[in-house]
Design a protein around this ligand. Structure first.
Ligand SMILES: Nc1ncnc2c1ncn2[C@@H]1O[C@H](COP(=O)(O)OP(=O)(O)OP(=O)(O)O)[C@@H](O)[C@H]1O
Length: 263
């Protein structure tokens, strides 16, 4: 079963320039695809195009089918059904997903209540369960976003994205803004949740080591085009495109620096 089917996707600016060019991939339940590339290569625009959320002045061309619904050219009203329910998203900066003036519990309750039709005690229980799933204590429900750490905020954002039980999760640099130790915790949390729910994962990062840890397949983006794609293991072992080779070499150089300092 294909949950996300992207075929010949381009993202075009008003002046006719393509910022993403002719990208194709598919994702089924339990599959994990990494999109890797340097800053400005078109990763985030690809994610936004998949959800039909491109900035004003940009248009998508080609086809993006989310659980059968064509996203390209669809009206917002048609996409309301798929956003949240079919596809959930976690962004780099959790504060973009959180309302600074609302307690964490109420923010998680919002999508839970709307999508599952819960109120009162069952809704409170569902919020507690959602917090528990991302390994946060129930007491955190009463906190405001500024009162908790960056890692805790990202866990809350993940809980919100998962509240509607999406079949596809898009994670756009979900750990880039976090300290390295917290990054590893959040990655392993995502890993567990995606496995438990058999979700399809589109994982976006500029960091090859992180992508290699999470994704089974990878597409390497450069200047808006996919220059190489395949199984992560094959691409790391035998990169073909010079840009991919440079990515692998720099990741290995960092690893080598650690190895040289090992006792
Ligand atoms: N709202 C916008 N208006 C105009 N140009 C934009 C807009 N958003 C992105 N771009 C341009 O589109 C190109 C691709 O941007 P995109 O954000 O997809 O890159 P990215 O690979 O996600 O980079 P990063 O890792 O820095 O987030 C870049 O040249 C960027 O300047």
């Amino acid at each position: 079963m294909t949950l996300l089917d992207v075929a010949g996707l381009s993202v075009r600016r008003a002046d006719g320039r393509d910022l993403v060019r002719d990208l194709s991939f598919t994702l089924g339940p339990g599959e994990r695809l990494g999109l890797i590339g340097e800053s400005g290569s078109g990763k985030s625009l690809t994610a936004l195009a998949v959800m039909g959320l491109l900035p004003a002045g940009m248009t998508a061309h080609g086809s993006v089918r989310l659980a059968g619904t064509q996203v390209v050219g669809a009206r917002d009203k048609e996409l309301d059904r798929v956003r949240g329910r079919t596809v959930g998203v976690v962004f780099q900066e959790p504060l973009t997903a959180l309302d600074p003036l609302m307690r964490v519990g109420r923010q998680i309750a919002g999508p839970l209540g709307r999508r599952r039709g819960l109120r009162g005690a069952p809704l409170r229980a569902a919020v507690a369960a959602a917090l528990d799933e991302v390994r946060l204590p129930e007491s955190l429900a009463r906190a405001y976003p500024h009162e908790i750490s960056g890692g805790q905020r990202q866990r809350v954002a993940i809980a919100m994205a998962l509240a509607c039980e999406p079949e596809v999760l898009i994670a756009d640099e979900p750990t880039t803004a976090l300290d390295v130790t917290v990054q590893a915790e959040v990655l392993s949390l995502l890993d567990r949740l995606v496995a438990e729910r058999d979700m399809a994962l589109l994982f976006i990062s500029h960091d090859l080591a992180v992508v290699a840890d999470v994704a089974d397949r990878v597409i390497v983006l450069k200047d808006g085009s996919g220059v190489e794609s395949g199984r992560t293991r094959d691409i790391v072992r035998e990169p073909r495109h010079p840009y991919t080779r440079a990515l692998v070499d720099s990741a290995r150089a960092l690893e080598g620096a650690l190895d040289r300092l090992a006792p």
